[in-house]
Write a protein that binds this ligand. Structure first.
Ligand code: B12
Length: 220
């Protein structure tokens, strides 16, 4: 099957919340030796984005949203181990603590960022979703992290990203960590306004961002 065809079927499987089909296509993509990162970016992500649009238009409701995200997660579960295996040898050393901020249970995008970072040679400590702000800092202190990554998908939880920067300042730890932020409603302007060190709009640019920040922080 042609690449473009398989990508559009993947997108459709997510839109329809068809978990079996999403899994079948992920397995087929691996058999065809397609790049799992590209498969996620070009096949599955456009599907879940479309689901977001349908929800916004009031055509989809929570059950559809849940079915689609379950299908997305099932496909990710097949592709992520493969991404980890295919580490392209671009080893960049550094430790990243990542999670979705408290009050927010969206974790699909954060999981993709975490697995891409891991595949690029970073040591990733993924705290999951709905994570208390103090927990990010405690974990970063415990493992000696270089970077703290915060995901937020709700406009109401973005504020957690701002608060984390403030808590770091209060605890005299701001200089110790680079803070990066992301999630659909997050923008570069927001990142700048809260005093974060960086923003990335997707998992690929997140990897570049982390590399760049660690390059700058060499010899610290
Ligand atoms: C799937 C989904 C769900 C699933 C989540 C499943 C899961 N385990 O994640 C379920 C059904 C559970 C859900 C629930 C809710 N959802 Co919802 N959901 C979505 C949806 C459709 C897709 C999100 C997604 O996975 N996108 C795909 C991934 C790949 O993209 P991403 O998350 O943006 O991540 C990429 C980048 O942002 C970036 N990135 C992400 N994190 C990070 C972190 C760092 C550090 C960096 C550098 C980069 C980075 O890289 C990622 C990969 O490319 C969005 C619509 C949308 N347009 O985003 C709504 C959306 C986010 N949800 C919304 C809402 C309102 C809710 C609910 C409140 C609904 C309800 N009434 O209960 C609840 C929230 C409950 C809670 N407390 O969190 C709204 C938010 C509106 C707002 N302004 O705040 C949205 C925007 C839908 C809409 N248009 O109204 N949702």
């Amino acid at each position: 099957m042609e690449k473009e065809k398989i990508y559009s079927l993947m997108s459709l499987a997510i839109i329809e919340g068809n978990q079996e089909e999403a899994i079948r296509l992920a397995e087929e993509a691996l058999k065809l030796n397609l790049d799992p990162t590209e498969v996620i970016e070009k096949g599955y992500i456009p599907g879940i984005q479309k689901v977001g649009d349908l929800w916004e238009k009031g055509e989809y409701f929570l059950p559809e949203l849940i079915a689609s995200s379950e299908a997305m997660k099932a496909a990710m579960a097949i592709l992520e181990p493969e991404i980890k295996k295919r580490d392209k040898g671009l080893k960049a050393k550094g430790k990243v603590v990542i999670g979705t901020v408290e009050g927010d249970i969206h974790d699909i995008g954060k999981n993709i960022v975490a697995s891409m970072l891991q595949a690029s040679g970073f040591e990733v400590h993924d705290l999951g979703a709905d994570v208390k702000l103090e927990k990010f800092i405690d974990k970063a202190e415990e493992v000696g992290a270089d970077i703290i990554g915060l995901s937020a998908l709700l406009t109401t939880t973005m504020i957690g990203q701002k608060k984390l920067v403030e808590i770091l300042k209060e605890r005299q730890l701001r200089e110790r960590y680079k803070v990066i932020v992301g999630g659909a409603p997050v923008t570069a302007e927001w990142a700048k306004s809260i005093g974060a060190d960086g923003y990335a709009e997707n998992a690929v640019t997140a990897v570049h961002l982390v590399k760049e920040l660690l390059g700058q922080s060499k010899g610290r």
